[in-house]
Write a protein that binds this ligand. Structure first.
Ligand SMILES: C[S@@+](CC[C@H](N)C(=O)[O-])C[C@H]1O[C@@H](n2cnc3c(N)ncnc32)[C@H](O)[C@@H]1O
Length: 261
């Protein structure tokens, strides 16, 4: 498995802001008695544990590829809640029975080919089971645009061998259509804008360092990664208004659909 650059502490720094969309997603879930749930890309597991409790699920399995994130999650296991290392791209239901809920919050944007991925996820559903997903869609914000702009410039472009973070996230319309085509019912798909009040524009760098920049961090040698980060910090500083608090707008797509019984 590739180098693990996830930093649970850095990721947790904006916990309140990051958990809001999760609870909006959870509000889209139709609770049923004794659910069997899988949370794909569960991270440090606090939200998985909360979903497990709120849904009064019979069992919930959190899957993540990062040992650092899973190490934080491990102590939360018990009472039907478990965590395991795995890759969403190849994850299969070990029992073959299908899940009543396939949940994924802020993780699927790390995987390519969403039409094929959704088809896989739908196959994980039991009859009547629900798919509920939240993916970031903030690529037009300077924080995301500048990260890729820099990756296209030297010396980073050569070190990255031309790699620029891909954009696999579809539009809300495409997710709605994909779900319909895959035979799901009660489909819902929406774009939501969150406005996060950060104390200063520099916080945006810390926010992105905990997520999207990890993609460049693991591909660059340490010395170049530091140069990349310094350059990113100064570009973001120049691009964003010097407001205190800084209002960081963040677009996300939430979608859900149910497999007929
Ligand atoms: C932004 S975090 C979200 C964590 C959690 N769902 C939350 O809302 O706090 C994304 C997580 O997805 C995991 N991830 C990314 N690609 C993955 C893959 N292919 N298979 C499993 N986990 C993956 C990362 O390790 C990370 O913990």
């Amino acid at each position: 498995m590739a180098t693990d650059v996830w930093k649970p502490q850095l990721y947790a720094r904006f916990r309140a802001e990051r958990s809001r969309p999760f609870y909006d997603l959870l509000a889209m879930v139709r609770e049923r008695p004794g659910m069997r749930v899988v949370d794909l890309g569960c991270g440090t597991g606090e939200l998985t544990a909360d979903a497990h409790k709120r849904l009064r699920a019979r069992s919930t399995l959190g899957i993540d590829s990062s040992p650092a994130m899973l190490e934080k999650a491990a102590p939360l296991a018990g009472d039907g809640l478990a965590f395991a290392q795995g890759d969403i791209a190849v994850f299969e239901d070990p029992t073959g029975a299908g899940y009543d809920l396939v949940l994924s919050n802020a993780a699927l944007h790390w995987l390519p080919d969403h039409p094929a991925l959704l088809a896989r996820l739908v196959r994980l559903l039991a009859p009547g089971g629900q798919l509920a997903v939240q993916v970031p869609a903030n690529q037009t914000h300077a924080s995301h645009r500048l990260a890729n702009e820099l990756a296209r410039e030297e010396p980073f472009a050569s070190a990255l061998q031309g790699y620029v973070r891909h954009r696999s996230v579809l539009t809300p319309v495409e997710y709605a259509l994909q779900m319909k085509r895959l035979g799901l019912v009660d489909e819902e798909s929406r774009l939501q804008v969150y406005v996060h009040e950060l104390s200063e524009p520099a916080d945006v760098v810390e926010w992105c360092r905990g997520t999207l920049l990890t993609d460049y961090e693991r591909r660059l040698p340490p010395e170049l990664w530091q140069r990349y980060l310094d350059a990113y910090r100064s570009r973001v500083g120049a691009a964003l208004p010097d407001e205190h608090p800084y209002l960081y707008t963040y677009q996300r797509i939430l979608f859900s659909g149910r497999r007929p019984r």
